[in-house]
Design a protein around this ligand. Structure first.
Ligand code: AMP
Ligand code: GLY
Length: 428
């Protein structure tokens, strides 16, 4: 089988890496891929943008690709699945209608209300004055969100009314384009966040190992929000009781509510939860895709061949694949970021030590990297804010974290930053 992976992050490197472990997979194309996918054997990057559906379709048809796996939310929200399916391709990822669950927070909130899914109280506004008078009536802290996709930057957890008002001004002021046509204002919740990624074929829903990520840039979970500075799985806070509740109170009602809207949702349904008290939670958001960096810790523990699961979702026979089997133990990833991220940073720094890092047993998934070959010598350079995800696995969290940290200390690039406290909340 030939597979095409759409995207260029750490998640897509992990997907390609995992797929290539299967005997069934002959070759993987990545559009556009990164320095990590460029370095995998039997894998090739093709410089086609994730929203160039025609280009992706032509490549898949020319190469006889039998499965397209879509990583990011943007092409899903723009309808890549509908487009490629209409050309006879098998695509993993929901249709445009299903992707609204991530692409519009107001739509997702309404769906949660219909399905009676536990979530924060909220109100939706399209008018600046009404939004501001609502935050005044509610008081701070309060959470202000742009309705649409904003690459993780459209949410402000406002500690003061002033911050909330500034956020409302920024959203309606066009900072997020049409993503800011509506603003969602939400009750502030506290607790630990857990990511539950479930595979679904529209009937059967199968959660993967629950993961936690560290979203803040600073140690101790302080400072600005990022795309994620580290992650681990399976997180002990998601007990079997909690996971059973997620299944019956969140995933099943949501799939049923989608079905009632004639949306046949197949792909990953990712519920971002705030665990507010012991085994109790509220849903913060849904995503319509694999999480990043959660995928980089979930896939190393997966034993069932990934492509079989993805095809079973597309062909509505996921029930035949259950139970999914997992390696025992734990997995953790530490993100190496460019200095300055999530603010301004410089790209194009030479990265050394990746091979040495992998000698420790860690797996280095690339995110923002680029491979350049000059006279048969290839070097890897930084090409983004989050650069590498150094992933360790082991019989427990201590072993997994030790391996990840042993790996990352071998790696160097100018300005490299990483958190030294990933996994501090888990019992070792
Ligand atoms: P979202 O994209 O809606 O998940 O929001 C991004 C991040 O903002 C979440 O991962 C949380 O860290 C934070 N957040 C979102 N909603 C809330 C809330 N109601 N209360 C507290 N923090 C929140
Ligand atoms: N790790 C958060 C996300 O993938 O949205």
């Amino acid at each position: 089988m030939k597979v095409l992976v759409v995207g260029n992050g750490g998640r897509e490197h992990a997907l390609a890496w995992k797929l290539l472990q299967s005997q069934q997979i002959e070759f993987v194309f990545c559009t556009p891929g990164n320095g990590g996918t460029a370095s995998l054997e039997r894998c090739q990057n093709i410089p086609i943008a994730v929203d160039d559906f025609e280009g992706i379709s032509q490549l898949a048809q020319k190469e006889g690709v039998s499965l397209v796996v879509v990583g990011p939310e943007v092409p899903l929200a723009k309808g890549i699945t509908d487009f490629l399916q209409a050309r006879g391709l098998r695509v993993f990822g929901p249709t445009r209608a299903g992707a609204q669950i991530e692409a519009s927070k107001a739509w997702a909130k309404a769906l949660m209300q219909e399905a009676q899914v536990p979530t924060a109280h909220c109100a939706v506004f399209k008018d600046i004055k009404a939004a501001k008078s609502y935050v005044k009536s509610q008081g701070a802290p309060i959470v202000v969100k742009a309705d649409g996709l904003a690459a993780g930057k459209g949410v402000v957890v406002a500690q003061t009314l002033e911050q909330a008002e500034t956020a409302i001004d920024a959203i309606f002021g066009g900072q997020f384009g049409s993503a800011g046509n509506f603003v969602v204002i939400e009750e502030y919740l506290t607790g630990q966040e857990v990511s539950v990624l479930a595979l679904t074929d529209g009937e059967t829903i199968c959660p993967l190992l629950p993961a936690q990520d560290h979203k803040r840039i600073g140690e101790g979970d302080i400072g600005e929000n990022t795309g994620g500075m580290g992650a681990y799985a399976p997180t002990p806070i998601a007990t079997s009781t909690l996971m059973a509740k997620v299944q019956t109170k969140v995933l099943e009602p949501i799939i049923a509510a989608l079905k009632a809207k004639n949306i046949d949702y197949r792909g990953v349904l990712y519920a971002g939860l705030m665990v507010t008290a012991d085994e109790d939670f509220k849903v913060l958001e849904f995503n319509c895709r694999f999480g990043d960096p959660e995928t980089q810790v979930i896939l190393p523990l997966l034993q069932t061949p990934l492509e079989e699961l993805l095809l079973a979702c597309i062909e509505r026979r996921l029930s035949q694949m259950l139970p999914i089997t997992w390696k025992p133990g734990a997995s953790a990833t530490v993100v190496a970021a460019s200095g300055g991220y999530p603010g301004d940073y410089v790209k194009g720094k030479l990265i050394t030590g990746i091979d040495d890092a992998e000698m420790t047993g860690a797996v280095v998934f690339h995110a923002g990297t680029k491979r350049e070959t000059i006279q048969k010598t290839s070097e890897i350079y930084t090409d983004g804010g989050r650069v590498l995800n150094v992933t360790g696995t082991g019989e427990n969290f201590q072993a997994a974290l030790n391996q990840a940290y042993a790996g990352i200390t071998k790696i160097q690039f100018e300005g490299m930053y990483y958190r030294r406290d990933i996994g501090y909340k888990v019992k070792r």
